[in-house]
Design a protein around this ligand. Structure first.
Ligand code: MRU
Length: 362
């Protein structure tokens, strides 16, 4: 995507041909800065501290993390150490495990002397595939937005989204936002309700930043507003991303997604989830029972960070001293609440049978 006319991905090989550059997402929306990763430890830190985040981008960063590791040490033990270090960074998004397994499978079969070049090539291929997959998701999902426009019989299509599932969460295009970008480019009259997405505010900080840069009409709302808007006919459809989808179509996404799906169900608002196939965990059947839910530092709940009027970035505490805090980062939306899954191969029902129609080869 373009920022001030310059095309960017979220991760790329630096000009030196071996280190890796990323957009440091912890600084957005206040500052746009590039960070450089030189070691597997720096790659692991970037994922854990969320300089990069979003399921597909976590996978891409882990792939390049393996390349950085193998550049330094090529034996089997080094490969395993890098794999385990990166896998331990975040527990919920399955793209991380998928990317690491893909890298390990590719590298382990090669003699150590060939591993570094192959690792960089595989990481680059994985990133290019992510871009192509997300663009295809955009094309399939744009059809749903066009249909919503036709069903309305004119006027603006209102789409609600949660968290950031835009190009910042992937290598490019995004998942949930990709259909929105495609439909917007086609000239569909649309507007996006952006859930702020506490505690880290990925909606208010990242989704709004993206939409702003691309001129897409949007409004940031507090997390609890969606149900009210749906009751008043102010949402035509919801589209979110997912960090892990079971073989039965249950979806694990940013905390609060489940409540939006319940409100959508109660109000007859279509609720779609956009996902690249590497986000499907074919080994799982029961999302609520089986998907590990990340619990993060309580400081994300107890404090807020922002820019002061005189330009300083400041963090302030917003809770009483001594009150305990819990910080669950994801929740599971059962398949029965989901109207459809938007994948790179088309749109299907959120069910084992639905996924089978598109992925009979898995
Ligand atoms: O904690 P984050 O910011 O990594 O969570 C991101 C999300 O929940 C996204 O919605 C999800 O990764 C799908 S993104 C394409």
């Amino acid at each position: 995507m373009k920022i001030d006319g310059k095309p960017y991905r979220t991760i790329w090989l630096a000009n030196d041909g071996w280190s890796v550059e990323i957009i440091d997402q912890t600084l957005l929306p206040h500052d746009f800065a590039i960070a450089r990763l030189r070691t597997v430890e720096e790659a692991a830190h970037a994922i854990r501290a969320m300089l990069v985040r979003g399921a597909p981008l976590i996978g891409a960063a882990a792939a390049y993390g393996m390349a950085l590791a193998v550049r330094q040490e090529q034996d089997d033990q080094a490969l395993s150490r890098a794999h385990d270090l990166l896998l331990a960074t975040r527990p919920t998004a399955i793209n991380l495990r998928w990317a690491l397994e893909r890298m390990r499978r590719r590298l382990i079969e090669l003699p150590p002397s060939e591993r570094a070049a192959a690792a960089y090539a595989e990481a680059a291929a994985l990133c290019d595939e992510d871009v192509a997959i997300n663009e295809a998701i955009g094309e399939h999902g744009a059809g749903l937005i066009r249909r919503a426009a036709t069903n309305r019989g004119g006027g603006t299509v209102n789409i609600l989204t949660h968290c950031n599932a835009g190009w910042l969460a992937t290598v490019d295009w995004g998942t949930a936002l990709s259909p929105i970008y495609k439909a917007f480019e086609e000239g569909v009259d649309l507007h996006v309700w952006v859930d702020e997405t506490r505690p880290r505010n990925q909606g208010a900080s990242l989704t709004a930043w993206e939409l702003n840069h691309h001129g897409v009409p949007h409004t940031i709302i507090a997390d609890n507003v969606g149900g009210h808007l749906m009751q008043h006919g102010m949402v035509d459809l919801c589209i979110t991303g997912t960090d892990r989808t079971t073989a039965t179509g249950d979806v694990c996404n940013k905390i609060g997604t489940y409540l939006k799906a319940l409100a959508a169900h109660d109000n007859g608002v279509p609720f779609y989830v956009a996902l690249p196939s590497p986000t499907i965990d074919w080994t799982l059947e029961d999302g609520v029972g089986e998907i590990p839910i990340e619990q993060r530092d309580g400081a994300e709940v107890s404090a807020l960070t922002g820019r002061t009027a005189d330009g300083r970035i400041e963090t302030v505490t917003v809770i009483p001293k001594g009150s305990p805090v819990a910080n669950y980062a994801f929740d599971v939306t059962p398949a029965r609440l989901i109207t459809g899954l938007i994948t790179e191969r088309g749109v299907c029902a959120a069910s084992r049978e639905g996924l089978r129609t598109l992925f009979s080869d898995r």
